[in-house]
Design a protein around this ligand. Structure first.
Ligand SMILES: NC(=O)c1ccc[n+]([C@@H]2O[C@H](COP(=O)([O-])OP(=O)(O)OC[C@H]3O[C@@H](n4cnc5c(N)ncnc54)[C@H](O)[C@@H]3O)[C@@H](O)[C@H]2O)c1
Ligand SMILES: [Zn+2]
Length: 381
């Protein structure tokens, strides 16, 4: 059975009730995203695509391992694999080169080789670290993403961007390495802390703003069910986010054009994360403030009216997300933005909306306009 999804040309086939299968179309590196409830037993099917035999390097963090590690290793053992579980402490500060070194050591000791594969079990931090480890280990071995946070399920597990941070900039040491498959079991979200849930929803709202007003409206209207963690209510926004991201990545894997749309709110947001330091904001929280800054910028550029800025901020606020930061060090944030890799041409590049569901790229934004947008989210004006 197949049906056409509004707003994209991607075909989505549903192979079992309530399991969605979305393809990321990249020629011989194409891969499926499976989405559903209680679908962990489909993991071996995705691993088979890698041709892996024997050892499987499962990279996860201690918290996810405690909650879900056993269930995953059981599925792997039942399918005849020998899982090695390499854990790291949870948190963004673990996203650094030292972890790659450790994981490499664990893989070598366990006999992970070119006939093996990696499973990234966790949030975006684990996904980015495990993906980068898989990209580097023996010059690249396959991996499967098993995302367990909203951020990871709607964003980071799809698209093949892997990286660790440097003290001076986020995600600056990395590689494009597409997974062989993505397994999204919504049941993982039942153990996710509420703050993490809310932060992840910022990326869903972002997908609505950049590509789909209907998704945005759904987020406006269904906040009660979503915040109550009704997994059926979460299914549509997770699936729709994956469809949007899959379509964009399929069209522009290397971010030469349309993929930059996904960076909406991120030019400001990454700068906010950098100047705030680890531990102040979750990624999605910083992006929420960044989206509000992008809204103010779009308004000052004459692309949207004040009602747009307020509507976007109201939707973010409903999910308890910050849209203002009174302590924002504006000049430091501007400097961080200029250092950011997306500004490598020397000009700052911004993704701004001209309505809910559509964005444009602007490279003509002056430093004064960027500063004013940061000032607006600092003062909450
Ligand atoms: N590669 C990409 O395209 C991409 C896209 C978006 C974000 N990212 C990256 O993702 C990272 C943020 O990811 P994140 O928000 O998932 O953070 P995270 O990986 O740090 O996970 C958040 C916390 O939730 C815990 N956790 C994870 N799953 C859980 C579960 N099911 N139940 C209970 N606790 C659970 C983790 O242990 C951790 O403490 C950032 O580093 C960001 O740069 C990457
Ligand atoms: Zn993000």
């Amino acid at each position: 059975m197949a049906r056409r999804i509004r707003g994209t040309l991607k075909l989505v086939s549903v192979d079992k009730p309530n399991i969605d299968r979305i393809m990321v179309s990249l020629g011989d590196r194409s891969y499926p995203i499976l989405i559903g409830r209680g679908i962990l037993d489909r993991l071996p099917e995705l691993l088979k695509r890698t041709g892996a035999r024997g050892a499987i390097g499962v990279v996860t963090d201690e918290q996810v391992d405690r909650l879900h590690g056993q269930a995953v290793t059981r599925v792997l053992v039942d399918a005849g694999y020998s899982p090695l579980v390499a854990t790291m402490r949870p948190g963004e500060e673990q996203k650094r080169l030292a972890r790659i070194d450790e994981i490499t050591g664990a893989f070598l000791n366990a006999g992970v080789d070119r006939s093996s594969a990696v499973v990234a079990l966790g949030g975006g931090v684990v996904g980015d670290v495990a993906g980068f480890a898989a990209a580097c280990y023996m010059r690249g071995i396959p991996y499967v993403q098993v995302p367990t946070t909203v951020v990871a399920q709607v964003d980071s597990s799809v698209g093949g961007k892997t990286a660790v941070n440097h003290a001076l900039a986020k995600n600056i040491i990395g590689a494009f390495h597409q997974p062989a498959g993505v397994l999204i079991d919504l049941e993982f979200l039942s153990t996710l802390p509420e703050r993490e849930l809310r932060a992840g929803l910022a990326e869903v709202i972002k997908h609505g703003v950049i590509a789909d007003e209907k998704l945005f409206e759904y987020m406006e209207k269904q906040s009660a069910a979503i915040l109550a963690k009704d997994l059926d209510a979460l299914h549509y926004p997770v699936r729709r986010s994956c469809e949007i991201k899959a379509a964009i990545v399929s069209a522009d894997e290397r971010e030469e054009g349309v993929r930059a749309n996904l960076n909406y709110g991120h030019t400001f947001g990454h700068a906010i994360e950098t100047v705030a330091g680890y531990g102040t904001f979750l990624h999605g929280e910083a992006i929420s403030i960044g989206m509000n800054a992008a809204g103010h910028l779009a308004h000052s550029l004459g692309l949207v009216d004040a009602a747009f800025v307020e509507r976007q901020a109201a939707c973010l606020r409903v999910y308890g997300l910050p849209v203002q930061w009174a302590e924002l060090p504006v000049e430091e944030a501007l400097a961080a933005m200029k250092r950011d890799k997306k500004g490598r041409t020397g000009t700052l590049k911004f993704i701004v909306a001209d309505r809910i569901g559509h964005v444009v790229h602007r490279t003509d934004v002056s430093e004064a306009q960027a500063r004013a947008a940061l000032e607006a989210v600092r003062t909450g004006a």
